[in-house]
Design a protein around this ligand. Structure first.
Ligand SMILES: N[C@@H](CCC(=O)N[C@@H](CS)C(=O)NCC(=O)O)C(=O)O
Length: 234
């Protein structure tokens, strides 16, 4: 049976949701962020060099450990073909499936993380003059690069979800739930949670739809603290 090393308020919620949709038996090993730094605890480093989550210990070999949420999602959708959560190379939407599955970590997450890290740097106590200069530099970096990148990403996703709505689809690719949804929901729900009221309509509707799925709700119960979930679960 696979064991998921789950970190509170993290991407490993993707994997809990995936396991719940698959109805896959699994163990959960919970790890908790340091409340002061927000970083993962040492216990995760003893499982995986990078000390980041999600990490899954696969059941076929106790030595076999898989990191990267995208790799974990792909591994389980491919090894559970009966659930039809992947799109095969001979299906017309295979390229779109790959695109959105990789867009999540490759393009959508980096400006969000930069914003988080630079925001923390800004909030750190500093001597008055240092703070004035440091804050200006941080704002310049954010405004010149990461904020416009993020706006472009949001507009790109919104346009895509509007097209999906036109064809009557609730999902990122085609007309069924796929690995791309497990990957894309995390950055979108993080943005909706962090900027209530500021996200465009198709993104908000998509996040609400996915969060209402029974398997998503089950995953929330299983994972505990998750600040990006629906408000009532925060
Ligand atoms: N690209 C990786 C990112 C993994 C990652 O950075 N996870 C975060 C949680 S969302 C983490 O473990 N952070 C704790 C730390 O860096 O100390 C993935 O998709 O799995």
């Amino acid at each position: 049976m696979p064991t998921l090393h789950h970190l509170n308020h993290s991407r490993s919620q993707r994997i809990l949701w995936l396991f719940a949709e698959l109805g896959l038996d699994h163990d959960i090993q919970a790890h908790f962020r340091n409340p002061k730094t927000g970083l993962a605890p040492e216990s995760l480093k003893s499982v995986f060099d990078l000390g980041r989550s999600p990490v899954v210990t696969l059941d076929d070999d106790a030595q076999s450990i898989l990191g990267e949420s995208g790799a974990i999602v792909e591994y389980f959708v491919q090894t559970n073909p009966q659930a039809q959560l992947s799109i095969k190379p001979d299906e017309p939407l295979f390229a779109q499936y790959l695109y959105w599955s990789h867009f999540a970590e490759g393009t959508m997450m980096p400006p969000l993380i930069a914003n988080l890290v630079l925001g923390k740097a800004k909030a750190k106590k500093k001597p008055f003059l240092v703070k004035a200069i440091a804050d200006k530099v941080i704002d310049a970096i954010l405004n010149a690069y990461y904020a416009p990148n993020n706006e472009q990403n949001v507009a790109h996703v919104e346009k895509h979800l509007a097209k999906q709505a036109q064809i009557g689809s609730d999902f990122f690719v085609g007309d069924r739930l796929t690995g791309a949804d497990f990957m894309m929901l995390f950055p979108l729900e993080a943005m909706v949670a962090n900027k209530p009221g500021a996200m465009p309509t198709h993104i908000v509707a998509y996040v609400n739809r996915m969060q209402q799925r029974p398997a998503y709700q089950k995953a929330l119960q299983a994972g505990g603290e998750y600040s990006f979930g629906p408000k009532s679960a925060a």
